[in-house]
Design a protein around this ligand. Sequence first.
Ligand SMILES: Cc1ncc(C[n+]2csc(CCOP(=O)(O)OP(=O)(O)O)c2C)c(N)n1
Ligand SMILES: [Mg+2]
Length: 654
Amino acid sequence: MTRKHPRPEVSRRKFLAGVAVAGAATAVTPPAAQAATTASAPPRRPSALPPTMQVAAAETATPKELPRIGGIPGSDFMVDVIKTLDIKYLPSNPASSFRAIHESLINYGGNKMPEFLTCAHEESAVGMAHGYFKIAGKPLMTLCHGTVGLQHAAMAVYNAWCDRVPVIIVGGNDLDAAHRPPGVPTFHSAQDINALVRDFTKWDDTPVSLQHFAQSFVRAYKISMTPPYGPVAMSLDAGLQQEPMRNNGEKLYIPRYVPTSPPQGDSGAVKEAARLLANAQNPVIVVDRAARSENGIRLLVQLAEALQAQVIDQGGRMNFPKTHYLSRPPTAVNNADVIIGLELSDFWATVNAWIDNGEHGIGINTTRIKPETKLISINSSELLTKANYQDFQRFQSVDVSMAADAEATLPALIEAVKAAIPDDRKAAIEKRGEAARKAFAEARERTKQAAALAWDASPVSTARLVMETWAQIKDLDWSLVASEGNVSNWPNRLWPMEKYYHWLGRSGGYGVGYGAPASVGAALANRDLGRFSVSIQSDGDLMYAPGVLWTAARHKIPLLAVMHNNRGYHQEVMHVQRLSNFRNRVASLGGDMGPIGTSIENPDIEYHKLAESMGWWAKGPIKDPAQLAPAIKEAVAVVKSGQPALVNVWTQPR
Ligand SMILES: Cc1ncc(C[n+]2csc(CCOP(=O)(O)OP(=O)(O)O)c2C)c(N)n1
Ligand SMILES: [Mg+2]
């Protein structure tokens, strides 16, 4: 059988001989002849040095036959363990420290469950797993070079940690200093690779036997999948992967995975919270990562309607339908007498405000609420606090505090609230609902008017970018997989988000570079569910690790990326501007460079060409808003056919 794409046949012997001749020819050319040649064209230099004796021998000699492994490779057993956990994909950048398990996965495991997805950067691999989980509700694993690869992955691991998302990170590492290969593999080995990410992973281990691996892998999966979810790390010794299974008198077994039920709020605390809420004049529910599933949204609607309480969705997840009349903006806390916060990443900032650049150059703290307002919290993150990184935010005193999972506690809380509502409060509660309907309709009208401002501006207004996109996808089963950069929150303000997958929240740790890989990962999960994925993709975010575009094209992941290309790190443009104002100086606009250190202009990056070069359908740059709708329409058709497509749009800064 002939191969479809035969490689060009370059004989090593001939190649080396050619180089040697070229090198020799240059060496012996007399000066006169050289002058003659340089007059018309410079002499051709050899493209490689002649080989040394050793190199020539190594390249041309017949290699010794390699010894074959006796018995079953340890990494085959590892694959058996992994397969019991139904992990569908393994986005990864290859490395020798895990070559043995890599080989087992593709040859012994058939490259299925998990399927290896080639990534161009470890940060992209973890970012993909992050986005994937938020659609599929199942974790992915990644393999990385335990030192340099994990260093690349670290920011994405931190984002997953802050966003309470499970990712199973396995780093290859060659522990045995006496037997590991010298040189590069030794540079790439460490005593304890997990130390790199220990501050922001839930658990980690370094198995020293295959049975230890089996226990630890199942344990890692279980820990990461117990709310509050989080990333876990495992150092996988190269020797353990590579050695054959040994019979140490003990038969290897794979522990069965049984999910752990999430922690529920204490029944006394639930009752007390219900009493406060049921008797409140103006209770307000604030949610951040409260809903872990579609059921979480349903439960929140039940709680809100039982109380006719306004709901502020901070958007860590899709918690509450944007179309519901009880949905309110963050300012609704101002008049509350009872506030319940569900899985808030920052309770302090929910009830307090911080004003940048106060009188003495430091921020000013002010309260947003009335002094007697009672606070209730249900937050599983309290079970996950570590000391170093400050993701636990400022300390806020709370009247009723439950270290528990909100979604798991909601059924008991709803029952308790219903039981606690006194008969004589029912009419007042109904009235609250009527007022909320009116306020909701008015707020919506105001938002629409605000969106119409500068509708015809060029570059395109962020509201127009977002609403033209909406017009093209509204009849599909759509999922907004990421909205990176800042488009003034228009999707959350105007798209009728109702389902769990309509909005996935942000990165968690605000490490920029999340948007591109997370949207590819989420689009992968949506592809398998037959849904249409769309992302708002900012320019700064895409340039951290644009190689994920190639992964999307290579693995046929359909995604519509509409670019919010404001030609800069605009968040930082504003920070420098603010400091200049504060110091009574004019912010340097940097001449043709644009604002110094914060603009991405001149040369302007041709993102459509970047995407095209990696196999995407792409169009742009679109500066005239009238061209936007037809371009997005074309892109939607491409995505529906199964390909990724990018529309590069020049936008207003915000
Ligand atoms: C890894 C990382 N580096 C730097 C920052 C600081 N930072 C915050 S927002 C931002 C700008 C991002 O630019 P872009 O994605 O284009 O969004 P824009 O603000 O322009 O809408 C930067 C650099 C960060 N949060 N994370
Ligand atoms: Mg930008």
